[in-house]
Design a protein around this ligand. Sequence first.
Ligand code: NAP
Ligand code: ZN
Length: 355
Amino acid sequence: MFQTKGYAVESAESKFAPFEFERRALGAKDVLIEIMYCGVCHTDIHQARNDWGNSTYPMVPGHEIVGRIKQIGAEVTKFAAGDYAGVGCFVDSCRTCDYCRQGAEQFCRIHGVVTYNGTEMDEKTPTFGGYSSQIVVDEDYTLKIRQQENLAAVAPLLCAGITTYSPLKRFNVRAGQKVGVVGLGGLGHMGVKLAVSMGAEVTVFSTSPAKEQDARALGAHNFVVTKKPESIAALAGTFDFILDTVSASHDLNVYLNLLGLNGAMVVVGIPVTPAEVSAFSLIVNNRILAGSGIGGIRETQEMLDYCFEHNIASEIEMIPIQKIEEAFKRTEKADVRYRFVIDMQSLSAANEISG
Ligand code: NAP
Ligand code: ZN
């Protein structure tokens, strides 16, 4: 067993505090990763605050993990000590159901083991995430990181990157297409970078006029402030694909109406309250409304390799773990450019100070 330091919340209302726990002893196929950086996903906020009503405590969030392999089990073949590695939103699954076999382990029919706020395959032992010093993961659920530098900016790819890459690939977004990205946050800004890299003409729909310059710097061709309804209505029927990353309730019909013939909108943001969709919003132009959940291991590795080859990473604000409360508050106010990433060295520094 490995004694591990982390930061946890004890309830939906409590503040983060230092928390010590044990990681399992290294199995034959396990790697021990010393966590260097962990991104702060809006899902961490939803779950820490029990927005979706399925939270268990104490909770150590974090599923955008990049670190260095410290030790490997006897039968590990993919990794060696010293390698950089990543861990995303899940750390195990049954491996035998048809979904796992197809590489959609995130939807495992038997038991998907999410990185935190879940249980191991025994369905009893709680999982703890990346706001911590180290993690033990089966090598089959560990991703290879080819980048050697700027690793903090790679961490958000493990969730924000794959969650936006997967639907863009599934709907074959390509050069010459008009793509909308709704919400310029952690997911949204990755969606912009990836869609631009695939050759699309990208429009950002944002509630924050101050983000226009950034959006253009990320490669977006157009920027629409969603607080002005008239600017949206004029775009009716002009988009091939729209990616909706908004974390709070909003009217989906507004964006569905922007889709042209056979256009598709994919929802990845997870507001607490259900959305109302008018049948007309879907019937006109034979529109498609779909959802998308992260991505499987194979596709996540494909996305990491794609980002490495296209020199794509996240725009980040690095914070010490002690600033996590502030990072949550700012993310909730859409005041993050564009992903907070925790420098996990701050964890050991804090512990040294406190003895
Ligand atoms: P984030 O960084 O907070 O970005 C969300 C963005 O939504 C904000 O930056 C803001 O962009 C916009 N927004 C916020 N409140 C809004 C409101 N009331 N009305 C309209 N727009 C608003 O969050 P994130 O980490 O990207 O995550 C986004 C959502 O995706 C969360 O709900 C998260 O749980 C979910 N998620 C889903 C998956 C999946 O597999 N499907 C994976 C990861 C995360 P502007 O300032 O540009 O308006
Ligand atoms: Zn996430």
